[in-house]
Design a protein around this ligand. Structure first.
Ligand SMILES: N[C@@H](CCC(=O)N[C@@H](CS)C(=O)NCC(=O)O)C(=O)O
Length: 219
C-alpha cells in the first residue's frame, strides 16, 4: 500500500494515523505542495488524484491498482477492509456522533485553511489569510468541544481512539501553526495528550515523516 502525502498536510496526517492504528504497513511517498509550484499539479499525480490534492492511497489487489482520494473515503475504506481494531464505536448513535465530529473538522474547518483557498484570500481578495483561517478553526473547535462533551472519555468518544481523534489531532496541529489560542479548548488538548501517548499517533506525527523539514515555514 502506498500513501502519497505531505508531512504536514492535516489530511495526510489523518490517514497516517488510521493506518498506524490499524497496524497496516504502507510506503509513504512525499508530494511537495509548494516546491516547483506544487508537485500535486503534475500531470502524473493528477492522474491519480484529479483534485490535485493529497492524500492519495494506492492499493493493489488482485493485479488491479486502486487510487483513492479524500481522507474520509480512504478511512471509511480502511475501516471496511480492515475491521479489526475498529475506529468507529459499536453503538449507532455514537457512530453517527463520531462521524459528525470528524465532519465538523473535515467540512467545517479544513477547506478554509487549505493552501489554495488561502492563496486566493491573500492574493485575489487582499485579505489576511491567517485571520480568515483562524475564524473557521476557532468556530469548528468550539463546536467540536461542545459536541464531544457528553460522549468523551479518555478520547473524543469513549475510552478508545476513534475516527474523531484521527481528525482532531491533525487539526490541533494545524491550529497551532495558524496561531490559534487553544486556551479555550482544554478538553481537546487533554484528548490530544492521550492520543500523543499512543505509538500510532507518534509514528504519524509530521516531524517523524521522511519529508519533514526542521523548523519549516510556509505550508
Ligand atoms: N477533503 C480532502 C481535502 C484534501 C486537501 O485539501 N488536501 C490539501 C492538504 S491537507 C491539499 O492537497 N492542498 C493542496 C492545494 O490546495 O493545492 C481530504 O480530506 O482528503
Amino acid at each position: 500500500m502506498k500513501l502519497y502525502g505531505y508531512w504536514r498536510s492535516s489530511c495526510s496526517y489523518r490517514v497516517r494515523i488510521a493506518l498506524h492504528l490499524k497496524g497496516i504497513p504502507f510506503e509513504n511517498i512525499p508530494v511537495h505542495l509548494v516546491k516547483d509550484g506544487g508537485e500535486q499539479f503534475r500531470d502524473d499525480y493528477r492522474e491519480k488524484n484529479p483534485m490535485a490534492q493529497v492524500p492519495t492511497l494506492e492499493v493493489e489487489e488482485g493485479g488491479v491498482v486502486h487510487e483513492l482520494g479524500q481522507s474520509v473515503a480512504i478511512i471509511e475504506w480502511l475501516e471496511e477492509r480492515y475491521p479489526e481494531r475498529p475506529l468507529l464505536p459499536a453503538d449507532s448513535f455514537l457512530r453517527a456522533r463520531t462521524r459528525q465530529l470528524a465532519e465538523t473538522i473535515n467540512a467545517g474547518i479544513q477547506p478554509f485553511q487549505n493552501l489554495s483557498v488561502l492563496k486566493l484570500v491573500k492574493t485575489e481578495l487582499g485579505g489576511d489569510e491567517q485571520a480568515f483561517a483562524r475564524r473557521f478553526i476557532e468556530k469548528g473547535l468550539s463546536a467540536y468541544q461542545t459536541l464531544a462533551g457528553p460522549v468523551q472519555g479518555r478520547f473524543s468518544v469513549g475510552d478508545a481512539p476513534t475516527v474523531a481523534d484521527v481528525f482532531l489531532v491533525p487539526q490541533l496541529y494545524a491550529a497551532r501553526r495558524f496561531g490559534v489560542d487553544l486556551g479555550p479548548f482544554p478538553s481537546l488538548v487533554r484528548i490530544e495528550e492521550q492520543c500523543a501517548s499512543l505509538p500510532a499517533f507518534q509514528a504519524a506525527h509530521p516531524d517523524r515523516q521522511i519529508d519533514a523539514v526542521a523548523g519549516g515555514s510556509g505550508v
